[in-house]
Write a protein that binds this ligand. Structure first.
Ligand SMILES: C[S@@+](CC[C@H](N)C(=O)[O-])C[C@H]1O[C@@H](n2cnc3c(N)ncnc32)[C@H](O)[C@@H]1O
Length: 269
């Protein structure tokens, strides 16, 4: 799920495309926040090359467009809704790895939030989730999807417990006050290239292009070390099944098998 494609090179988003006049104020605000030029549909077609990525603003939400396809996040429709419906909740491998239990208030900081699909599932269980993502365009797509998914829910609905923060995870973790420390920290960095690249889903290929691909082992070791100091109870790292355990800090305390190709390494703090 988190594998990035081989030969991935980072691409940047070159503009905001305004799709309809109703969205002008929102497009202007995103243009200022993301420091990207605001383009009309006509100027976008003329001014951009096929490799450019564009963030389109429509009255029904945001989408990222590129020659690799379109990335739009919908938590309550399509595959993510099916995942939510099929979820076994607290029995899910990720829930068990994070030590979550029903009727026990718990907090999780998802330090590499990406498209927040895992974070969204966790928040649906009523877990207090803070999702940290360093790429601001990914953050904008996620914030938009959360807003669409929760706009008609009651203010105390579990899905309203998901908060997104844009920033570098290590900095965010280092700046947590003692009473802000989460029970568990979840790390799901981009995996190194997999041989069967066709198995990598389109949205993960686009995300990898946008965010620069796989996290290096040295960066991962630093992130893990920081997370171990910030978590009250445990740190969980998602890894490809065949990857060796990260022992740069210390070996994991235990491991839980995830899906067919992934596992969760767990460190108790
Ligand atoms: C594999 S994706 C995570 C997928 C996520 N678990 C989901 O359910 O959608 C990894 C994400 O982590 C982000 N990331 C990697 N290192 C980070 C760091 N040090 N701080 C913040 N975000 C980071 C990347 O930008 C990317 O969006």
């Amino acid at each position: 799920m988190s594998a990035c494609p081989p030969d991935s090179t980072s691409r940047s988003v070159t503009g905001i495309v305004l799709e309809d006049d109703l969205s002008l104020a929102r497009a202007q605000s995103l243009s200022a926040d993301l420091d990207l030029p605001l383009l009309s549909r006509d100027t976008a077609a003329a001014a951009t090359s096929p490799r450019d990525m564009l963030l389109a603003v429509m009255s029904d939400g945001l989408e990222l467009r590129s020659d690799m396809g379109t990335l739009r996040i919908d938590y309550l429709l399509g595959p993510q809704a099916q995942r939510l419906a099929r979820s076994t909740g607290f029995k899910e491998p990720l829930s068990r790895a994070l030590g979550l239990q029903a009727r026990t208030p718990q907090s999780v900081l998802d330090a590499t939030a990406g498209l927040c699909r895992d974070a969204f599932l966790l928040s649906s269980l009523g877990v207090e989730v803070c999702a940290v993502e360093r790429n601001p365009v990914v953050g904008a797509l996620v914030s938009d999807a959360i807003q669409r998914a929760t706009q008609f829910q009651a203010p105390d609905h579990p899905l309203t417990h998901l908060k997104i923060q844009i920033g570098e995870a290590r900095t965010v973790l280092e700046q947590l006050a003692a009473d802000e420390r989460p029970d568990a920290i979840y790390l799901d960095p981009m995996f190194p290239p997999r041989r069967k690249s066709s198995l990598v889903k389109k949205e993960m290929r686009i995300l990898a292009e946008l965010t620069g691909g796989a996290t290096s082992e040295s960066e991962l070791a630093e992130l893990l070390s920081t997370a171990l100091q910030a978590a009250n109870k445990r740190v969980v790292l998602k890894r490809p099944t065949e990857a060796p355990a990260t022992t740069a800090v210390r070996p994991p305390d235990h491991t839980i098998q995830g899906g067919r190709t992934t596992r969760y390494d767990v460190w108790l703090t």
